[in-house]
Write a protein that binds this ligand. Structure first.
Ligand code: URA
Length: 432
């Protein structure tokens, strides 16, 4: 019988778990033998006292062992590459990267997650497409990747069930932003899904779980080490999350923007990240291209329409309708106008993510429904010059009261100055 209360006490008092005992706690939780309230207390103890590298690796291994593993590479007879993000605001990167990479001939079979706190989740975004099925069996997943080149699915119940439970619990107990728990959550899924090479998008800034480059680097190193220990190649991109990525924040709005980007009509920062991540995945693949050639091929797939074709085939294969006209539109749309002339010096990502959450685009409680239509479009971003009265953003809301609140909150997320700012790209650093 697992002594969960003793392990909670040990971690509360700053002690270090024996790896076997930690593994037993995680495996027992996955078997429903430890209740959520005890795991929530343990997560909070970890929040304050952390996990050592040895504990983090034991946790990652136990998460992988909590369920089945998948060998996509063996099933497809190809080297399999994968990507994952640590979570941000307006982060629809996988939805655009998948079709580009697949259009270049590299299979892309990805398991994604749901929204966490003020950050959105790829599955919630995809479910705003009427008919889209996030749950495929392993056989369906493999068959679809063979036929269409790609699939994005929910984590099956059988794969890393411990993370599935823990992820949802952390979301509603303020225990998401812990380096060791994020590293083990992400890496256990990547290792169990069988990718041989992994590109991790580690978000840094106000809207990310990692607020500083230093913390993001520590997370990146931890994940790389977990990958290397398991014989996988891992590269981490540290990317800017001080402002929302692209313009759209909110499920259906982000699907629109991801599709626009796949056809070469996306916002500059988002397009840059999508092409960079795609190029790295191609360079890791069995195509035998370097990063430069990978970038050229990714750009070509966007320019010649082949990425859009894959996007449409993929969405149809998963039961959805790719025409963006079918996406639900919010009944109330309101502009947010610039109060003065000037340069946008700041657009708080966390604040915008929280507005979207409050409009209903995310969950407050485990199992809450998500409103797919609502969100925010941010037209003016850091460094843009605006005139008083210009539309900075547009709020998409379910009703007038929610719209009123959101307009005020989005305006408060903006700061203005009188002179232009030093520019930096979306990719701040690369680890690995
Ligand atoms: N993404 C994950 O998959 N897990 C986390 O803990 C955070 C972001």
């Amino acid at each position: 019988m697992i002594r969960a209360a003793e392990l909670i006490e040990q971690k509360r008092n700053g002690g270090e778990h024996d790896p076997e005992e930690l593994a037993e706690l995680i495996l027992a939780y996955a078997r429903d033998e430890v209740p959520d309230y005890q795991m929530a207390a343990w997560c909070m103890a970890v929040y304050f006292n952390g996990l050592t590298a040895a504990e983090t690796h034991a946790l990652t291994d136990a998460m992988v062992r909590s369920g089945e593993t998948l060998d996509l590479a063996a099933a497809l007879g190809r080297k399999v590459v994968d990507k994952h993000s640590t979570g941000g605001v307006g982060d629809k990167t996988s939805i655009a990267v998948g079709p580009i990479v697949a259009a270049c001939g590299v299979p892309f079979g990805k398991m994604s997650g749901r929204g966490l706190g003020h950050t959105g989740g790829t599955l919630d975004k995809l479910e705003s497409i009427p008919g889209y099925r996030v749950e495929l069996t392993t056989d369906e997943l493999v068959a679809q990747v063979r036929a269409v080149g790609m699939a994005i699915v929910g984590q099956t119940a059988a794969l890393v069930p411990a993370d599935k439970k823990l992820y949802a619990l952390r979301d509603v107990t303020a225990t998401v932003d812990i380096t060791s728990l994020i590293a083990s959550s992400i890496m256990s899924k990547k290792l169990a899904a069988g990718a041989q090479a992994i590109v991790l998008d580690v978000k840094v800034g106000d809207g990310a779980f990692m607020k500083t480059l230093e913390d993001a680097r520590a997370l990146a190193e931890l994940m790389r080490e977990a990958g290397t220990r398991a014989g996988r190649e891992v590269t981490c991109l540290l990317t800017d999350m001080d402002q929302p990525l692209g313009r759209a924040v909110g499920n259906a709005l982000e699907i629109h923007e991801a599709r626009d980007t796949v056809r070469g009509d996306g916002p500059a920062d988002f397009t840059e990240l999508v092409l960079d991540a795609s190029a790295r995945l191609l360079a890791y693949s069995d195509l035998g291209v370097d990063l430069h050639e990978g970038r050229d091929r990714a750009e070509a797939a966007v320019a010649d329409g082949s990425a859009l074709e894959v996007y449409e085939r993929w969405i149809r294969a998963q039961g959805g309708e790719p025409d963006p006209a079918v996406l639900e539109r919010a009944p109330v749309r309101r502009p947010v106008q610039a109060p003065r002339d000037g340069v946008v010096t700041r657009l708080g990502a966390r604040a915008v993510g929280t507005v979207a959450l409050e409009l209903g685009a995310g969950r407050r409680m485990k199992g809450d429904p998500v409103d797919h239509a609502v969100g925010v479009l941010c037209f003016a971003k850091r460094g843009d010059t605006v005139l008083a009265g210009d539309d900075l953003a547009e709020v998409h809301a379910r009703d007038e009261t929610a719209a009123d609140r959101a307009v005020t909150a989005v305006l408060a997320a903006y700061e203005f100055g009188d002179s232009s700012l030093p520019e930096h790209g979306i990719v701040l650093d690369v680890v690995g």
